[in-house]
Ligand binder design. Structure first.
Ligand code: AMP
Length: 569
């Protein structure tokens, strides 16, 4: 197939016209607001629909891993989330308290999250594939008061670290008799806490190069952006069946797996099972998915099976495919054309932005390999920051850090307890994203790489420090340096270099023991896939491990500036 640099769109043949750009004010006008004043995401997502024309529309169509199926209407979701809100209140949850939710993708997760928002709590959904250590770190940092989970997850992941989470007053195991009875006896109507657009709604943990994860604080006002971006960047229309494949334990799965589709009043497919190509194709077909929001790793895994597998399934309902979380190779966009007759629309955002900022929209021509253009109301630029200040790079093709004019509705409002770190993200009214990018003459943005050492594996952001810390808890490990090693399917795999304490010798047995330790502590999603023994780790003169150099040496790339390197390392 000939591959021109741009895929031209024509509206001909579309069932519905692409959504036009929406200003923040227009999006604000589409929201209801709380009766009597205020703004609360849960009200916009469910309660206002539950009393209107969408009351009986299916909000969530849940597909269980073992074949079960359950549909929950907007009315039912409003009622169930109110029950959760009452239960939280009875456990002493007040506005601003933190509620953590650790469940697989089960229907109750959605109600538990929405119920927390109704109480005015700061809600933090956690990834069920995390191990005990990342869970403990996040609940401790976030000062979690209540943890909603299941008995199995509690036993496997929480119990052994429960004693080290001093703020955690209650664990609500959903399948316990106690939780069932509390929920059953709670009322189905709840007066939502009168939150303002600036009150905290979600706490999303994200990773940096140094230190433990950062708790990005988000506000109820973010819903303005979820409303606008769901229409424009995801092309959601009223009657659509929508499938966001991201887990709610990551920001995409919350903003676009829970909030945005509910605010739009569409039906969301929620699949409990893990990735399986055949299963995914049959979901797209049987559930008549119209809009599918997924990630490059998943697309690359589907690509491995060839376009033929996709073509065997007639998918007349599928109208729009979007992807986020990692660079989407041009190959994948073209594969979409081949397999589905549709381009895959890359978009860009991050935990801190709270919502999609840059996108290939349905109305735009797609340049395969580009993240697209800033949404209406978003100002993005390329900049360089130095001791002397910042400089915007205006020329097409100039590489620098991607910056965003501060003040968009879903902008994070702080890193919990780390004011200085938050402040350092901004200069001259711009937010610095930590990503390197460039812009072409047509205003399309292209991802170049990360400005830091953070690892993106299967779309999940992993902080090397968190992994190094867990490795160093192993009795044989003196030091550890962790890098992301390029991988054709998952983008990067976590690779660790470990230096052993004296008295320990490298062996295959020890390598497996350390791998096993890391998996138990961190969980499969975060633990290294590869471990190599090192006799020394390159460090700066001030003692910091130079991960960039470790990576360059591993990959046989130029070592770059080594002036900071300690003598002899
Ligand atoms: P997270 O905060 O976990 O959502 O990760 C955000 C980071 O993922 C961004 O800062 C980028 O480094 C990367 N990312 C997200 N979307 C894209 C994209 N479309 N292309 C390239 N990288 C992306």
């Amino acid at each position: 197939m000939e591959r021109p640099p741009i895929i031209r769109k024509s509206a001909a043949g579309r069932r519905v016209p692409p959504s036009a750009p929406l200003s923040w004010d227009e999006a604000r006008r589409r929201l209801a607001g709380l009766p009597g004043g205020g703004l609360n995401i849960a009200h916009e997502a469910v309660d206002r629909h539950a009393t209107g024309r969408l009351a009986d529309r299916v909000a969530i169509r849940w597909l269980g891993a073992s074949g079960a199926r359950r549909e929950i209407t907007y009315r039912e979701l409003a009622a169930l989330s109110s029950r959760f809100a009452h239960v939280y209140r009875s456990l002493g949850v007040e506005k601003g308290d933190a509620v953590f939710v650790l469940c697989g993708r089960i229907p109750e997760l959605y109600a538990a999250v929405l119920g927390g928002l109704k109480c005015g709590a700061a809600v933090s959904p956690l990834f069920a594939a995390f191990g005990p250590e990342p869970l403990k770190t996040r609940i401790k940092l976030g000062r979690g008061k209540v943890l909603v989970t299941t008995e199995a997850l509690y036993e496997r992941k929480v119990k052994k670290v429960a004693g080290d989470m001093p703020t955690l007053a209650h664990v609500l195991a959903l399948d316990s008799a106690e939780a069932s009875s509390m929920l059953r006896s709670a009322s189905e109507s709840f007066e939502i806490e009168r939150t303002t657009p600036d009150d905290i709604s979600f706490l999303h943990f994200t990773s940096g190069t140094t230190g433990m994860p950062k708790g990005a604080q988000h506000v109820h006002g973010a819903v303005v952006m979820h409303c606008a971006s769901a229409k424009v960047a995801l092309d959601l229309h009223d009657e659509d069946i929508f499938w966001c494949t991201a887990d709610p334990g990551w920001v995409t799965g919350t903003s676009y797996g829970i909030v945005a589709p509910l605010v739009q009043g569409v039906t969301s497919v929620v699949d409990e099972a893990e990735f399986d190509a055949e299963r995914w194709y049959s979901i797209l077909e049987a559930e008549k998915v119209a809009v599918w929001y997924t990630a490059p790793t998943a697309i690359r895994m589907l690509m491995k099976g060839g376009a033929g597998a996709a073509k065997r399934r007639p998918l007349p309902a599928l109208r729009f495919i979007a992807s986020v979380g990692e660079p989407l190779n041009p190959e994948a966009v073209w594969w979409g054309m081949d397999a589905f007759g549709l381009p895959i629309h890359d978009n860009w955002w991050q935990t801190e932005t709270g919502g999609i900022m840059i996108a290939n929209t349905a109305a735009m021509d797609v340049k395969p390999g580009s993240m697209g253009k800033p949404l209406a109301g978003v100002e993005a630029a390329i900049a360089r920051r130095s001791e002397r200040g910042m400089r915007l790079l205006e020329g097409p093709g100039e590489e620098g850090e991607l910056v965003l004019r501060a003040g968009w509705p879903a902008m994070f409002r702080g890193y919990l307890g780390e004011e200085e770190r938050y402040r350092r993200c901004f200069a001259d009214g711009w937010y610095f994203t930590g990503d390197l990018a460039k812009r072409d003459a047509d205003g399309y943005f292209w991802f170049v790489g990360r400005a830091d050492d953070v690892i993106k594996s299967a779309g999940h952001l992993i902080g090397p420090f968190e992994v190094e810390s867990a490795l160093m808890e192993h009795a044989a490990v003196a030091e550890a340096g962790v890098i992301g090693k390029p991988d054709p399917v998952v983008g990067e795999v976590v690779m660790a270099f470990v230096m052993l304490k004296s008295g320990f010798e490298p062996s295959e047995e020890l390598r497996l023991a350390i791998l096993g330790h890391a998996r138990r502590r961190l969980g499969a999603a975060v633990a290294p896939k590869e471990i190599a023994f090192a006799t020394a780790l390159p460090r700066t003169r001030s003692g910091k491990i130079m991960r960039r150099l470790l990576k360059a040496r591993e990959l046989g790339l130029p070592e770059g500036d080594t002036s900071m390197l300690e003598e002899g390392a």
